[in-house]
Design a protein around this ligand. Structure first.
Ligand SMILES: [Zn+2]
Length: 439
């Protein structure tokens, strides 16, 4: 099980590899340095969860009815989905005009976004003054036509005050209740525009050109994706286009590195929760100029990650996942790997190294990353051409089914390859070596 939503950030290594071919050595070194920071989880959990009264206890904490607070949160959320500005305003506190104005601006910025569900769930509350509480809230939403189940929630905190006609949201309580300022939200950067394609819902602010390209690229990638994952029906994938790295850093502090054009973000454990794609418009645009074709592959690669999230577990060999993502996006030549194998020397990482969980996150040099992707690409290419896509899907299912097995990864991989393909891992590795050398 994954403990929290995860970035699939590996794409940045690929871009860095590309950049090392295009840039002067000094800049290339910087690009490589950017690889050293490993990804973390985005869905931060509050540190001090016992700070307030959990709603499950039913204790009113002297602050009045929990239900009244939840009712106000429900009105707020329903107004966002129903696009009812008056209803939205009815649960904002007139006593805090700055907060109310900012919230109404939020409402206006989200006016075009086709929310399916919007959920604000009261987690706990603490009285901070008479008739005033700070409330911790789990918040999440779905988009119409996109993944159907609410994602794993993010945490927010609000002050609410009790007025004669009910509880009103009266301020942001992130610092007091969560111990830190809230991160930026997508809508904080301005009015959200929406471009709904056959296969994606692209959300953006001012970058209409990038949005259109991204929407075309998602539409173009989907038939291939669905042919590799037969029977899978993918709803529209949300894509958020940020203007630049600064906006992304404000929204996901510490999670996004230099040189990244795009990444996928898992929104939960289940297929119905899906994932979304994050795009840096500045990098996207400059890459379009320097490396034609790269963005199309990047989008297809990240879409494949989203498709694979629910089909893979923590024992699924990373080379299968990355190789499949490239297989959908378009396998590239494996020149470096072939040259190394022909030279007869040792390669690092080996194909066995990159069936270990987490192995792609441990690739610290451009050379290692290039080799790893070429190994993954050629291994999946061999699996698809010799054994067939059905067998590749069976491998995925079997690795997921056995993700809690206690045996070592070496033994598990050997077992699964033997049972599904009728070939031991060692023999497969030999086949793969010949396949690459013959290429
Ligand atoms: Zn990847």
């Amino acid at each position: 099980m994954r403990p929290c939503p995860a970035w699939t950030d590996l794409r940045k290594r690929r871009l860095a590899i590309l950049l090392t071919r295009l840039l002067p050595a000094s800049l290339a070194a910087l690009a490589s340095l950017a690889l050293l920071v490993l990804p973390g989880c985005v869905g931060d959990r509050a540190q001090n969860t016992d700070w307030a009264t959990p709603t499950a206890t039913g204790a009113s904490n002297g602050a009045g009815s929990n239900n009244g607070i939840q009712a106000a949160l429900d009105t707020y959320a329903k107004a966002l989905t129903d696009k009812n500005r008056d209803s939205f305003a009815s649960v904002l506190d007139a006593g805090n005009p700055a907060f109310t104005a900012a919230e109404l601006q939020r409402f206006d910025n989200l006016a075009a976004v086709p929310f399916g569900q919007f959920s604000l769930r009261l987690v706990s509350q603490s009285q901070t003054a008479p008739d005033t509480v700070a409330a911790k809230v789990d918040t999440s939403y779905t988009l119409r036509g996109s993944f159907s189940e609410l994602p794993s929630p993010g945490r927010a905190a609000y002050f609410l005050v009790k007025r004669p006609d009910g509880w009103k949201l009266s301020g942001d309580a992130s610092v007091q209740a969560l111990g830190k300022k809230r991160y930026a939200r997508f809508e904080d950067f301005g009015k959200v525009e929406v471009l709904s394609g056959q296969r994606s819902i692209v959300l953006y602010h001012a970058q209409a050109g990038v949005a259109r390209q991204v929407q075309e690229m998602t539409d173009a990638a989907m038939p291939r994706l669905e042919s590799v994952f037969p029977g899978a029906r993918f709803p529209k994938v949300p894509v958020k286009i940020y203007e630049n790295k600064d906006e992304i850093d404000q929204t996901f502090p510490g999670k996004w590195q230099e040189w990244t054009g795009g990444a996928s973000l898992m929104l939960g454990e289940k297929a119905e929760q899906g994932g979304e794609i994050i795009i840096d418009a500045e990098v996207f645009s400059s890459t379009a100029g320097t490396s034609p074709g790269y963005n199309r592959k990047m989008i297809a690669h990240e879409l494949t990650h989203i498709a694979l999230f629910p089909m893979s577990g923590n024992r699924t060999p990373p080379f299968l996942v990355e190789g499949l993502a490239d297989y959908v996006g378009g396998i590239e030549d494996t020149a470096l790997l072939r040259e190394r194998l022909r030279g007869g020397g040792a390669i690092s990482p080996t194909l066995s190294d990159i069936y270990q969980p987490g192995s792609f996150s441990a690739l610290l040099t451009t050379d290692a990353a290039t080799l790893a992707y070429e190994e993954a690409d050629s291994a999946v290419s061999l699996l698809e051409t010799k054994y067939g896509n059905d067998k590749v899907m069976e491998l995925l299912r079997e690795f997921q089914r056995r993700q809690n097995d206690s045996q070592s990864q070496d033994a598990l991989v050997n077992d699964v390859f033997s049972s599904v393909l009728g070939i031991s891992w060692n023999d497969f590795e030999g086949e793969w070596r010949s396949y690459v050398l013959a290429g």
